[in-house]
Design a protein around this ligand. Structure first.
Ligand code: SAM
Length: 286
């Protein structure tokens, strides 16, 4: 069976047929470029053994591709007006389960248990950009069993996820993502690949979940509090950033001693530290 949807004519026809109105609040920009879809499917490395979770199937364009590649697809869509459209576009695919729900309210671990015997799943999505961070961090922090997450995000967010110290994009999101997963930039995607065109550039990024984190740290929550405090006041030194933070309870002397123990200059800025150095700092302070 050939995927049928992914071109502007079919998409417009379907939208007209159902009098569908795009909802900005749901971040609705539908993909209309087959080359981008092919890249996403290839990067996700989906096999006939896999269960794939698709977040926000829209009118089902990517869902059709996923259904052809995977054993089981679970698609979660929030917009009630898209459900009748999806029922039509996915009617030939018996391996797709459509759930009408807010992804942030779905117990994804339970879905993996129900449809994949608790084994790691793959997550693929052209994400609604307004909730990119809560979706991704939710998957990591709730320890949902995932192999990889291959998603379209805002270009700027993809840059932040994959960059290291020394770049202006480096920040708390970079470190949070890189603690849990190995990022790989699959492709930059121009605005004309979507209907309607988004106002920002987009990129596809794959995050391959580590089975064990790349650094060892005694108190992960403390490390992330330190990271947030370091980047909250980017222009301040690490010492001032950490001692001014309401999230932390260390004296200026304790922080200065920890920085010195790491053999870092007293006026070092947080944005120059690697994940490993943040882990060491957390261990020293704890
Ligand atoms: N996958 C489709 C495509 O590529 O053409 C649509 C992608 S569009 C960028 C984002 C989709 O996510 C929309 O269908 C939107 O309604 C849906 N969505 C937005 N917020 C959601 C939420 N909280 N839970 C589930 N789906 C959501």
């Amino acid at each position: 069976m050939e995927p049928k949807l992914c071109n502007p004519q079919n998409t417009i026809q379907l939208i007209k047929k159902y009098d569908f109105i795009f909802q900005k609040k749901y971040g609705q920009n539908f993909l209309i470029d087959t080359r981008v879809l092919d890249k996403i499917i290839a990067a996700a490395e989906i096999t006939k053994d896999d269960m794939v979770l698709e977040i926000g199937p829209g009118i089902g364009t990517m869902t059709q591709y996923l259904a052809e590649a995977a054993r089981q697809v679970i698609a979660v869509e929030i917009d009630a007006n898209l459900i009748p459209i999806l029922k039509e576009t996915l009617q030939d695919y018996s391996n797709v389960v459509l759930l009408h729900n807010d992804i942030l309210k779905v117990d994804i671990t339970e879905l993996a248990r129900q449809y994949n015997q608790g084994r790691p799943i793959k997550v693929v999505a052209n994400l609604p950009y307004y909730i990119t961070t809560p979706i991704i961090m939710g998957l990591f922090e709730k320890e949902v069993p995932v192999d990889n997450i291959t998603v379209m995000v805002q270009k700027e967010v993809a840059d932040r996820m994959q960059t290291g110290p020394g770049s202006k994009d480096y920040g708390a999101l970079s470190l949070a993502v890189q603690y849990y997963a190995k990022p790989y930039l699959v492709a930059n995607v121009p605005q004309n690949c979507f209907l309607p065109r988004p106002s920002v550039g987009s990129a596809v990024i794959r995050l391959t979940r580590y089975t064990a984190p790349p650094v060892q740290v005694k108190d992960t929550a403390l490390m992330f509090r330190i990271i947030r405090a370091s980047f909250n006041q980017r222009r301040k030194t690490l010492l001032n950033g950490l001692s001014n933070s309401p999230e932390l309870d260390f004296s200026k002397e304790q922080i200065a001693a920890a920085i010195e123990a790491l053999k870092l200059p007293a006026a070092v800025r947080g944005e120059t530290l690697t994940l490993n150095q943040f882990a060491q700092l957390a261990d020293t302070l704890s």
